[in-house]
Every structure is written in structure tokens, then in C-alpha cells.
Ligand binder design. Sequence first.
Ligand SMILES: Cc1ncc(COP(=O)(O)O)c(C=O)c1O
Length: 428
Amino acid sequence: MDIFDKCKTDGGYFGMFRARNDFFFARPILDPLPGREMTYQGKKVIQWSINNYLGLAENEELRAVAVEAARKYGPGAPMGARMMTGNTQKHLDLEAKFASFMGKEDAILFNYGYLGVLGTIQALCDKSDTILIDKLAHASMVDAMFMSQAQFRVWKHNDLDSLELHLKRINKDRKGGVLVVTEGVFGMTGDLAPMADICYLKDKYDARLFVDDAHGFGVMGPNGRGTGEYYKCLDKIDINLGTFAKAFAAIGGVAGSTHEVCEWVRFNARTQVFAKSLPMIYVEVISRALDLIANGNDRRAKMWNINTKLKAGLRELGYMVGEVPSPVTPVFVHFKDLQIGMAIIQKMREEGIFITGVAYPVVPRDILLFRMIPTASHTEDDVARTIAAYKKVRDELHLDLAAVKAAYIRHEAEKKAENKEDDDKTEI
Ligand SMILES: Cc1ncc(COP(=O)(O)O)c(C=O)c1O
């Protein structure tokens, strides 16, 4: 067996699309200029699939800051890792600014959110510790867990009984520390982790909490400080992580915690200790973006207005839209044949509306999820055009929109039965 044999198969992630060299459903080629309207296959489309929550991707001032920083410092400055030659006062100042925004003593910058999750968890956990992870937590947390080599347990998605059961079991013959990890806003389906209750449980059982709030950071809560602020328990989250790839429309990530914890992570996070530091262009852009976000109530209000109108319009047509308090707008359709799901995406794009589909394992096998992101830069006219396109697609493809509700009820019942079986097997 040759290690490369697998490359000839249609296995692996999105293998079916790779095998047929698809550039429509996977890897669609878009003009890179991001915004509410984008160019796709030479045609303008309304874009609902980028995490540009606050509309900062189109912000001219941030572009000017980037151009000026590139002129001043070039594309690669500073050269080297933070430990060696890549540390600057501007990096330190930005960390202090984030600490204050996040309500923490200190904060650490990372080159990507993904690297922030990996680095922070790996730095803090080792073989003697246990990581307790939500079943639907993002891949970065799963990878971080493996990288740390800690023991791990998976708790049922957003199920507090399951979390408590595991905490009790771990404490029965506990060896090291315990880290509970979860997302704040679950990025695919838009539901929130019940943060205040999770905080209560982690304190009760003497554990620590890491929250990857990639989709809540800048967006949730009265001041955009994230899911913790929304639930009024920001101070109880031991380590809070945000990314700059979504509401900030840039690149990078930040973890906030106590000074002592941040110092430990700074010196032990392999993804940052052994990597070049965040370029000056991003340091400058993100610093300005943080000002806009901290004073961004108008942007958040615009985003919520578009969000409310889009969700209401889709529901009026009979589409099933998840009842979630985050900006993520998950639209679910049932299909007997994946071709129908693909036809919906194709027709919507022909109508000038760009959506993407998310399939199993994020949703059950017979359901397709259109994950839509209403942003502060969309207009009410964009919403009206999008609703009209969904109506046309519903009618032309004769979609049975009620079927998804029945399928969901069936899946929920199956899940409950499965969970009951698991619980019966679980001793404390
Ligand atoms: C929940 C979550 N965590 C982490 C990441 C990784 O963030 P970044 O793109 O900044 O590396 C993502 C990005 O998709 C995400 O959705």
C-alpha cells in the first residue's frame, strides 16, 4: 500500500466533490472583494455566506489603515516570533486594549483563531488533565484536545445533565485539572451554549471553562463582547477566545484570561512560540476595527434589523428557520435526493443570491442546511430580493417545506432514545 493510494479515491473530506472536480458546491470561485454584493461567475450576487457580521469587510477606513501600514512597514513586519524578534509595543498595546474590551486582566494575540484555540488548550492541558468537550464543538477544539494529549470526554450538545454527569464521574477519581470547552455561538446552527449554567457547573465541580466565541465576538451582548456578555457571565469564563476572521473582517485571534494564565500561554503555546508574530498590517487594522466594534451599537442594530426581517420573511414562505438568538440564520430543508438540495443552491445562484449548503454530519443525513449570515451592510431590498428568490425556488422545485419539520421531530425522538440508552449505560 502506497501512502498516496488514497489520493486516487473519492474518500476524505468532500471526496465526492473532489473526485468530480467540482467548483460549484465546494470551492466556488468568487471575486475576492468581500461584501453584501460579490461577483460570482462574472455576475453580481447578494452574498449571504460570509461572516461579515458588522459589515466591516467593506469599511473604507480599515482599508486605508491597511494600505498605510503596508506602506510604512511592508507586508512581513515584524520578522520573527514574539519570543525572539517579532514583539513590538503595538502588539503589547493591542493586547492591553483587548483585555479591557474582554473584561480580563490580560490577552494574547494569535495569527489565526484556529491557532489560538490549539495553542491555548495545548499550553494549559497535558496527559494528567481531562478535557470535557461539547459534542458539536468546532474542529479546532477537537484538534487542540489531541495535541494536548489530555484525557477527554464528550458531553452531549448543550445538555447540562450530560455535562454534570461527566463532571461527577471525573471527580470520583480525579487526577489532574479539568477544562470544559465549548463554543459560545455554535457557528453552523447559531444556537448558544447555555453559558450561565455551564459557569455554575464548572465552579461547582472545580473545573475551568474555555469558550471559543468565534461567532459571538463583536456581535453578541449589548457591547459586542460576546456570548458571555449576552448571558451576563463574562467574568466567570476562565479563558475567552475571539477570532478576527469574522466580525472583525481581518485575520488573527485573541485569548483573554488572568495575567498569570496569559503569561503561561504566551510562553507555552506552540502555535505562537514557534511561529512568526501577527503582521503589523493586521495589528493596526484590528486595533482600529476594535474601536469600531466597541462603539458599534449602530452596526449591531442594523445587523439585527436585517436578521429579523430575513428570518420572518423565510418563515412566512414556510421555510424552517432555526429559533436562535444569534445572527446566524439556519434554513433547513428536507431532501430525498441530494440532487434536489443542489438544485436549490444552483437556482438561487441563478437568481443572483449566493448561498452555500451544509450537509451531514452537521445536520441529519436527509437534511440540508443553508447557513445564512445577515450583516450590517445588507439592505432591506437585499432581503426582499432574497425572499422572492426563495419563493420562486420553492414553487418551481415543488419543495415540500413541511417535510423538514416531520424529519426533525423524527430525528429528535431517535436522539432522545439513543441518549437514554447512553444514560442507562453510564454509571456514576
Ligand atoms: C467556532 C470556530 N472556532 C475557530 C475558528 C477558526 O478561526 P480562524 O478562521 O480565525 O482560524 C472558526 C472558523 O471557522 C470557528 O468557526
